[in-house]
Ligand binder design. Structure first.
Ligand SMILES: [Zn+2]
Length: 125
């Protein structure tokens, strides 16, 4: 690779466009960094390295939003297995059916021409 590394946000968007959820991991303290940044927010070290999440996560918090004149939808915080937390939503189930602790699988969908990371319930075996 001879190109200079892209800025944190463009690197994240480029990952989504390829169907990858990228995050960073600090080479100094080893903690997962999300959203992408130039400096580790925990120890201040520069240039945390990119990694790609495997896509497994767990519901940390969930809320059903009920806008007037629109169908209810839900917003949740997901703890990814790699150790970072992001705001997203769970598709494929009724908003009220999402529970804290549910296992999820990443599903990147396209909305308004942009890739958006969402989640669906993980298959229960
Ligand atoms: Zn660090």
């Amino acid at each position: 690779m001879t190109e200079s590394p892209p800025g944190p946000w463009s690197g994240y968007q480029e990952g989504l466009a390829r169907g990858e959820l990228r995050f960073q991991r600090c080479g100094e303290c080893g903690r997962a960094v999300f959203y992408p940044r130039l400096l580790c927010p925990f120890c201040g070290s520069a240039d945390p390295a990119w990694e790609t999440a495997a896509g497994g996560g767990t519901v940390y918090a969930t809320t059903t939003m009920r806008p007037r004149d629109e169908a209810p939808y839900h917003v949740c915080l997901v703890d990814l297995d790699e150790g970072f937390r992001m705001m997203s939503r769970v598709d494929g189930v009724a908003p009220d059916a999402v529970r804290i602790g549910d296992r999820l699988r990443l599903l990147i969908v396209e909305e308004d021409g942009r890739p958006v990371p969402t989640f669906v319930p993980a298959e229960r075996s």
